[in-house]
Design a protein around this ligand. Sequence first.
Ligand code: NI
Length: 172
Amino acid sequence: MSIKPLVILPDSKLRLISEPIKEVTGEIRRLADDMLETMYDAPGVGLAAIQIGMPVRMVTMDVSKSEEERQPLVLINPEITWVSEEKRVYEEGCLSIPEYYEEVERPDRVRFRFMNLKGETIEQDADGLLATCVQHEIDHLNGVLFIDYLSKLKRDRVMTKFKKAAKREAGA
Ligand code: NI
């Protein structure tokens, strides 16, 4: 297991559509381990494979908020199969957009289907933070970021800020 460098805005990799995973191989298991380690180290509650540069449909999450009782979730090829009509606003952040938080409105509850590391297909309901997180992470697999839900003004502002930071970094 190793901690991988995070892909940061405005890196165009974040806009890629990730490829489905056909089979749970040793390589996929190692990627899941690296993603969990990178996510816990950050620390964050969710990570998509593309955020460490791998364009495959896998997500790791842990919304337990407890160091002692970790509840790691690994979702392979996750899909939303149902969303509630009720919406909920939650302040979101993203490991690829560090130290930036904004309120985003999304369906309050969702049902999602995924394959686990044993190759089993599971369908599960989520509400609260898990519902927000699963929608945010599945968006990453489709090249969508939470800033896409903000006003153009806010999005332009954050893009400008991160472009400038990337330029400074490149020049340093
Ligand atoms: Ni994110």
